[in-house]
Design a protein around this ligand. Structure first.
Ligand code: ATP
Ligand code: MG
Length: 242
């Protein structure tokens, strides 16, 4: 879609043991954009993100990040290249404080640039800076989501991948997460967003890929997808308010 993709995935085949989940996925994430990957439960969205990160090893296809072939790299190495994942279900460490949770994100990661300090990152999150010494378990769902994002940002990623960041959050908190994604993108972070909330995905994104049974079945600009009841109904079984 763009002459300048930061991330480029071609013919990606991936799965678990003998189970093939992705059947040849192609997608591009242009530098500076917000791209969303949506689709019904179990179609392979998380597996796509894990394959890019390197926690699942593709059996075929290529993944390029800038000029670098990252297809076979481990998560530690992709982090060093400038990719971070905010995982499904947040995975905040309940027994560690806010500060300690963010410190974990600073281990490893990039060596080529000065990473922000833990305090600098926490300062950017109003609802975390008030709770630096609170344990992860004491935070609300929205605060835990912000903490998971903060932990990813402390590695100063060029590409931030978010897996269902609004799941289970109240509508007002969903809006906060949406604002944060927009703010980060305005600051220059390229975003690959997996969402089950189609409205949030279409509002946030420039470009949309719809995944079904391990394949991209539709792609297009977010406003075009949002305007097509037929596409939304056929692939997602939803309708979206105007
Ligand atoms: N660790 C695993 N081992 C074996 N199979 C798995 C594993 N993780 C996922 N799967 C299977 O792979 C398929 C795709 O799962 P994936 O988590 O990528 O889907 P998803 O689109 O993210 O779904 P959801 O919307 O529920 O998060 C599913 O059939 C799932 O059961
Ligand atoms: Mg998933």
């Amino acid at each position: 879609m763009s002459s300048d993709p930061l991330l480029s995935v071609r013919g990606l085949v991936s799965g678990y043991g003998s189970t093939r989940v992705l059947q040849g996925v192609d997608l591009d994430v242009p530098k500076g954009s917000v791209v969303t990957l949506i689709g019904r439960n179990g179609v392979g969205k998380t597996t796509t993100l894990r394959s890019i990160l390197g926690s699942v090893t593709p059996s075929a296809g290529t993944i390029s990040f800038g000029e670098t072939d990252i297809t076979a790299l481990s998560p530690e190495k992709t982090a060093r290249e400038g990719i971070a994942l905010v995982p499904e279900e947040r995975r905040v460490f309940p027994g560690l404080t806010v500060t300690e949770n963010v410190e974990i994100g600073r281990i490893g990661g990039r060596k080529d640039i000065d990473k922000p300090t833990v305090d600098e990152i926490i300062d950017e999150f109003e609802n975390l800076s008030r709770h630096r010494t609170s344990k992860g378990a004491a935070l609300s769902g929205g605060e835990q989501q912000m903490l998971a994002i903060a932990r990813a940002l402390v590695s100063a990623p060029d590409l931030l991948m978010l897996d269902e960041p609004t799941e289970g959050l109240a509508p007002s908190i969903v809006k906060q997460v949406q604002r944060k994604i927009k703010e980060l993108n305005d600051e220059g972070v390229t975003i690959l967003l997996v969402e089950q909330n189609v409205q949030v995905a279409l509002d946030a994104a420039d470009y949309v890929y719809i995944l079904d049974k391990g394949q991209v079945v539709h792609e297009g600009p977010a406003d075009e997808v949002a305007a097509s009841d037929e596409i939304l109904d056929r692939y997602l079984g939803v309708s979206v308010a105007d």
